[in-house]
Design a protein around this ligand. Sequence first.
Ligand code: SDX
Length: 435
Amino acid sequence: MSKSAKIIYGDKEVECPVVEGTEGEVGIDISKLRSSSGLITLDNGFANTSSGTSAITFLDGEKGILRYRGISIEDLAKNSSFIEVAYLLIYGNLPTEQELLSWESEIKHHTLIKEDLSKLFDAFPRDAHPMGVLSSAISAMSTFYQEYLDPKNSHDVDQVIIKLLGMLPTIASYSYKTSINQPRVYPRNDLDYCSNFLNMMFSVPSEKYEVPSEVVEALNLLLILHADHEQNCSTSAVRLIGSSEANLFASISGGISALWGPLHGGANQAVMEMLNQIHLDGGNVQKFIDLAKDKNSSFRLMGFGHRVYKNFDPRAKIIKGACDKVLEKMGVDNPLLNIAKELEHSALNDQYFVDRKLYPNVDFYSGIIYSAINIPVNMFTVMFALGRLPGWIAHWKEMNEDPKSRIGRPRQIYNGENEYSYVDLNKRLNKKKAA
Ligand code: SDX
């Protein structure tokens, strides 16, 4: 196959090298395009443009394949733990037993946040959205660990990685406890990662709290499934912020903010609100399918469609399978699960969705499980952030360690006013330009 591509425009003919990835992805390297032709490219939403190479996650949207560092999501969901997957994503290989033990111990011993940072939670309104609290608290961490902010010092970066993985669950649970005016529960180092988070979320100082093992298992699965997804919106935000050599806390805080949007991580909350709306409306699924197809309506089937997956999102398949198991184990009968299944069935048999290759994505069923384990709806996107943290870290680290990395600065096609002179106030006649 040719190792270059030709771009011909008018009397210009530019030959660009072609780059092929280890899974056969082929890209035209246009890094010399402007200097050799004056041309730039335009790609709304970067749907056809790679921001660089990465060895972290491979996904094939047509075949519904997702692998972290070469290991399939199905394999990891069945055999691994979230903490082990975090190590795999960040350091590139599965840890040995000794590496895993020391990794877990390091994280466990960095779960307590500074007492002065705890005061931040009392500054927010009780009804603050926890994603706003989370991004603020992570950014604030940079002020408490000023000695670790050099992105090019690998020892400092490793320290920040441990602090983020250890403290994000504490910060997430503190945002929740503060919002319900309950005492914040300190982390416990005798508990594993998921049990510790659930204990901080749901225990109260006045009672003994046993973390149900089925809940721990369900949470571990959900966190693994959310851990990375190559160059998605929030990960691209983390990489772009980090490309200016901003510190890791600042970059992760930006990733949390990008994830908050309902088209991205905020979709899991929007799915549950949509399913509840359908339930309260009498469960007429077809009415909402028709609404989602109506171009005059802004309503979208939340949890459906994906920029890359034009087949089933493999994560959605795994979560859907886990839903029945978790609800049965928890003795929960959630009518929203039946509505979700009916919605999926109707949409997958509707030409509009078939033509556009719109399938359920990771957010479509995850909320059913979060609800079953008593996570409040406005904390769903926080759960997504907890899962995605190792992926964000891995991409930030990969970019910072890449000698070819440059500050991200896209071009644009300007379509504004051509030059015109300043117009004195008394001559403006309420129009932009003088008559
Ligand atoms: C995540 O990128 C990642 O990897 C993200 C993620 C991750 O792990 O990081 O996988 C997590 O963000 C999953 C996506 C969660 N978002 C939602 O569920 C929100 C609902 N879905 C959509 O808004 C939409 O599908 C997106 C945002 C996910 C993708 O948007 P695109 O790729 O820009 O597609 P588009 O908006 O251009 O849609 C193409 C067509 C349009 O119709 P036409 O103009 O061709 O007639 O499909 C239609 C859209 O109107 N369409 C939908 C739809 N999604 C797309 N119509 C109804 N309901 C929907 N959900």
